[in-house]
Design a protein around this ligand. Structure first.
Ligand SMILES: [Zn+2]
Length: 284
């Protein structure tokens, strides 16, 4: 799943390519894609795309009203494999198409999602998008917390560090890849409890977040389109069996039904190899 750095770089890419254009038409191409009914998306027709920005893993397309009415925002979540990209297909119903924005003159943006699960979504909101769903229920953006704010957030949520880092309602913007990478950079077990972290360790987490987000952002900014997951920079994520670039130990994995946690025993768990299933006493 694209996380904060990829979505931020993509927002900037779309902003550079599409801001200033007037919306001619919005078409939901999948019955499940539109998550709101009021305001109707057509209220943005005839308006100018002021900017494409992001909040955590969400893209925000903001359309201004020529008569000074409040702006209308399309908030887009790409989920796992979704993409928002130039529509060059010209097909009436493009393969994997979820929604399409057509601009006056030329230019179309297509939201696509491969497969059949179709979980990508579009929310149309008026007023301040941060005060409405889906953005209102997000926790603070991971990169916006200093060490004291992070310590306070951890104190309020006693749980495993890896879960804390990717629970969007607590801390937003990171996913499985960056949670793996943050734990490794901070030299902490993914399963350490947030309530067990002293000030120095919380500080290491804050610095690790800043470093991995900056690295991912720099990588994606250099591309013409959003990266694929396998391309993204990582030291441990998806590298089971590889040598840790810090210490040379083998990267290990703990498998869950829907995802995998990657870590380096030497760097993160005092050399201890964690048992590879969730029922193990190690993980309790
Ligand atoms: Zn290591």
């Amino acid at each position: 799943m694209p996380e904060l750095p990829e979505v931020r770089a993509h927002a900037e890419r779309l902003d550079a390519g599409y801001a200033g254009r007037t919306l001619a038409r919005f078409e939901p191409l999948s019955f499940s894609v539109l998550k709101t009914f009021d305001p109707a998306p057509d209220v943005a027709v005839g308006r100018v795309l002021r900017a494409v920005t992001n909040r955590a893993k969400y893209l925000i397309l903001t359309f201004d009203d020529p008569d000074g009415e409040p702006a209308v925002h399309f908030v887009v979540h790409l989920m796992q494999g979704g993409r928002l990209r130039p529509d060059t297909s010209r097909a009436r119903r493009p393969r994997g198409g979820m929604a399409r924005w057509t601009f006056e003159g030329d230019g179309r943006l297509l939201l696509t999602e491969p497969g059949t699960e179709h979980r990508a979504g579009v929310w149309v909101v008026g007023g301040d998008p941060l005060e409405q769903e889906p953005l209102a229920s997000l926790g603070p953006v991971a990169t916006e917390l200093d060490v004291n704010a992070m310590a306070a957030l951890m104190a309020g949520h006693s749980m495993r560090l890896h879960g804390f880092l990717r629970r969007q309602s607590i801390l937003s913007g990171l996913g499985r890849r960056l949670a793996d990478e943050v734990c490794h950079r901070a030299r902490l077990s993914p399963f350490v409890n947030t309530s067990a972290l002293d000030h120095g360790r919380v500080s290491a987490v804050v610095e690790a977040i800043s470093a991995v987000v900056a690295e991912g952002y720099a990588f994606d900014r250099g591309l013409d389109a959003m990266s694929r997951s396998a391309q993204r920079p990582s030291r441990v994520h998806g590298r089971t069996g590889d040598a840790c670039p810090e210490c040379g130990d083998l990267i290990r994995a703990v498998e869950y039904r829907r995802y995998t946690v990657h870590y380096c025993p030497t760097c993160q768990t005092g050399g201890k190899v964690l048992a590879d299933n969730t029922t193990s006493r190690f993980l309790r």
